[in-house]
Design a protein around this ligand. Structure first.
Ligand SMILES: *[C@@H]1O[C@H](CO)[C@@H](O)[C@H](O)[C@H]1NC(C)=O
Ligand SMILES: *[C@@H]1O[C@H](CO)[C@@H](O)[C@H](O)[C@H]1NC(C)=O
Ligand SMILES: *[C@@H]1O[C@H](CO)[C@@H](O)[C@H](O)[C@H]1NC(C)=O
Ligand SMILES: *[C@@H]1O[C@H](CO)[C@@H](O)[C@H](O)[C@H]1NC(C)=O
Ligand SMILES: *[C@@H]1O[C@H](CO)[C@@H](O)[C@H](O)[C@H]1NC(C)=O
Ligand SMILES: *[C@@H]1O[C@H](CO)[C@@H](O)[C@H](O)[C@H]1NC(C)=O
Length: 473
C-alpha cells in the first residue's frame, strides 16, 4: 500500500483540476514578496489582516476566542480548538513582527475561553472535550508566557498559570488508566465517541506542555511526565522504530496494537518541538538530540517533498482534508522554526526548507477578489479556486501567515524561562477541576464537536483510495 510520490500525485491532481475548471495559472500576479525582512513583515501584515476577516469574536454579540462554528451546530466550519490555535498564531505574529494591532483582540479571546477554573475547560465545550482540544489552548497560553506576550490584568488568570492548569488537569489520575499500559485517551468524557481511542495528538500535546513547563519553571516533575509520555508513545509504536514515522493512534480494546497508520504532519512536528524543549532543558542530552534529529529527518522526508509543506494523508485527494487538517501546515512551520532556537544545530537544516516552503505558500496567494487570497495547495504553484475545492478558509490563511511570519525567527529571542520571563505561575492551577467532567448526555459520533481528527472515521476511505491510486500507477 505504498502511495506514489506525493509531489507527483499532487501535480497530476492539480493539472486535472485546472483542466476541468478552466482556470489559468497566473490570472493574478503574485501579491506577496518575502525576499527581505521588510517585505516579510509587510506580507505578514497583509496575511494577518486577511486572516482576521474570518474571526468574528470581537464583534458585538459574538463569542470571543472562537472561529465561526462548530460545524455540528451548523454555525461555521471550525471547532473550538482551532480558535485556540489561531490565538497562538497571532501570539507568534506579534512576537515576530512587533505589530501590536491584534494583541487586545487576542488577549480578550484567550481570557474569555479559560472556563470557571482557569484551565480551558469552559462549560460550553466540556461535554465534547478532547485532551487535544484543551491542549491546543494550553499550548497557546504557554506560548504567550514564552514570548512575553503582555500579561492580562492582575485579577485575571495569567498565561503560565493557564498552561499549568491545563497540564495539571491532564496529569490528574482521572485522565489516566492502565489500558495499553498508559497514555491519555483522545476524549475526556467517557461517553464520547473516541474515548476508546488513545491517540498521538492528545499525548503529544501533553508531552509538549510538560517539556515546555519543565524548561520554563525548572520544575523537574514536568520533565518526568514528558519523558514518561514520550516513552509510552514509543512503546506502543505510534512512533515507528525504524523510520520515525509518526502514526495516529490505536484503540484500547486492542491494547492499542491496531495502529492507525495515517501520518498527520502536526503529530510529528509537535513531538519534534517537544523533544527540542527536552533537549534544551537537559543541556543537550544525547537521547533527546537523537530524537530531535530522527523526527526531523522523518518530517522532511514525509511532509516536505521538494522542500514544500505537504499534508500527506489527504492532500493528494480532492476534498479529503477536513477543515482541521487544512490548518496543520501553519503549526508545522511555527514549531519547526522554534526548534532552531532550542537545538541550534538544526537551524542550517530547517531554515532553508521553511524559506522554500513559505515562498511556495505565498506564490499561490493570488485568489479571490482581492487577488491575494491563499489556498491550501502550496506545491502546485497556483491558487485553486474555492469553487473547485473549498480550500481558502481560516486554516489556509493561518498556514500562509504562519509560514511567512516564522521566517523572522532568526531575529527573535529564544522562548523565555522564569529567569527571563514575565508571566506568573500557579503550582495549584487546575486542581479545582477534579471530577468536573461528568458523563452527562451521551454524545453520539454525529454530534461530537471535537478536535483535530476524524481520522479514524475517514481513514478507511483514504487508504482505500491510496491503494487504488498506487495500483493505477
Ligand atoms: C475587530 O478587530 C478588527 C481587527 O483588529 C478591527 O478591525 C475591528 O474594528 C474590530 N471590531 C470591533 C467591533 O471591535
Ligand atoms: C457559551 O455559549 C453561549 C451560547 O452560544 C454564549 O452566549 C456564551 O458567550 C458562551 N460562553 C463562553 C465563555 O464562550
Ligand atoms: C512541581 O510541579 C508539581 C506538579 O507538576 C507540583 O506538585 C510541585 O509542587 C511543583 N514544585 C514546585 C517547587 O513548584
Ligand atoms: C499490551 O501491550 C503492552 C505493550 O504496549 C504489553 O506490555 C502488554 O503486555 C499488552 N497487554 C496485553 C493484555 O496484551
Ligand atoms: C538552548 O537554547 C539556548 C537559547 O536559544 C541556546 O543558546 C542553547 O545553545 C541551547 N542549548 C543547547 C544544548 O543546544
Ligand atoms: C526558576 O524557578 C525555579 C523553581 O521554582 C527556581 O529554583 C529558580 O530559582 C527560578 N529562577 C529564577 C531566576 O527565578
Amino acid at each position: 500500500m505504498a502511495p506514489s510520490s506525493p509531489s507527483k500525485r499532487s501535480v497530476r491532481w492539480l493539472a486535472a483540476l485546472l483542466a476541468t475548471s478552466g482556470l489559468l495559472p497566473g490570472a493574478h500576479a503574485q501579491y506577496y514578496n518575502i525576499d527581505t525582512p521588510d517585505q516579510i513583515r509587510e506580507s505578514a501584515r497583509g496575511l494577518a489582516y486577511d486572516m482576521m476577516l474570518f474571526y468574528q469574536g470581537n464583534k458585538s454579540g459574538e463569542i470571543p476566542g472562537i472561529l465561526p462554528g462548530p460545524p455540528t451546530e451548523h454555525k461555521g466550519d471550525y471547532y473550538w480548538w482551532e480558535g485556540g490555535a489561531m490565538m497562538g498564531t497571532f501570539v507568534d505574529y506579534w512576537f515576530l513582527t512587533g505589530d501590536t494591532s491584534y494583541n487586545k483582540v487576542i488577549e480578550e479571546g484567550m481570557i474569555h475561553q479559560v472556563g470557571p477554573n482557569a484551565d480551558y475547560m469552559p462549560p460550553n465545550h466540556t461535554a465534547s472535550l478532547g485532551n487535544d482540544d484543551q491542549g491546543f489552548w494550553g499550548m497557546s497560553a504557554m506560548l504567550a508566557a514564552e514570548n512575553k506576550f503582555p500579561n492580562p490584568p492582575d485579577d485575571k488568570p495569567q498565561w503560565l498559570a493557564l498552561a499549568q492548569g491545563v497540564f495539571h488537569t491532564q496529569a490528574s489520575p482521572e485522565r489516566h488508566d492502565e489500558t495499553c499500559n498508559g497514555g491519555l485517551r483522545w476524549q475526556v468524557p467517557p461517553t464520547n465517541a473516541g474515548y476508546n481511542y488513545k491517540n498521538t495528538i492528545a499525548n503529544a500535546c501533553f508531552f509538549n506542555l510538560g517539556a515546555r513547563l519543565a524548561r520554563y519553571t525548572s520544575n523537574d516533575s514536568y520533565a518526568v511526565w514528558a519523558e514518561k509520555t514520550f516513552d509510552w508513545l514509543w512503546s506502543v509504536e505510534y512512533i515507528d522504530h525504524k523510520d520515525w514515522r509518526v502514526y495516529d493512534g490505536g484503540h484500547v480494546e486492542h491494547n492499542c496494537t491496531d495502529v492507525n497508520k495515517a501520518q498527520f504532519s502536526y503529530n510529528a512536528a509537535l513531538l519534534l518541538h517537544g523533544c527540542a524543549f527536552m533537549y534544551n532543558y537537559t543541556d543537550g542530552k544525547e537521547i533527546w538530540k537523537d530524537r530531535v534529529d530522527n523526527l526531523l529527518k522523518g518530517i522532511l522526508r514525509d511532509f516536505f517533498p521538494e522542500d514544500i509543506a505537504y499534508e500527506l494523508p489527504c492532500e493528494g485527494r480532492q476534498g479529503a482534508c477536513t477543515a482541521d487538517m487544512l490548518s496543520f501546515k501553519g503549526y508545522v512551520h511555527r514549531w519547526m522554526s522554534v526548534v532552531t532556537k532550542l537545538a541550534p544545530h538544526t537551524a542550517e537544516i530547517i531554515l532553508p526548507v521553511l524559506k522554500t516552503s513559505a515562498a511556495a505558500a505565498v506564490k499561490q496567494c493570488t485568489g479571490g477578489e482581492s487577488g491575494r487570497k491563499c489556498g491550501f495547495y502550496w506545491s502546485g504553484g497556483v491558487y485553486v479556486d474555492t469553487n473547485v475545492d473549498k480550500t481558502s478558509g481560516a486554516g489556509e490563511a493561518m498556514g500562509a501567515l504562519a509560514a511567512v511570519s516564522s521566517l523572522l525567527i532568526d531575529q527573535a529571542p529564544p522562548p523565555a524561562t522564569n529567569a527571563t520571563g514575565i508571566s506568573r505561575g500557579d503550582p495549584n492551577a487546575g486542581s479545582r477541576s477534579r471530577g468536573a467532567v461528568e458523563p452527562l448526555t451521551p454524545i453520539t459520533t454525529g454530534d461530537r464537536a471535537g478536535a483535530a481528527i476524524l481520522t479514524f472515521l475517514i481513514l478507511g476511505g483514504a487508504i482505500g483510495t491510496w491503494s487504488w491510486m498506487s495500483l493505477g500507477d
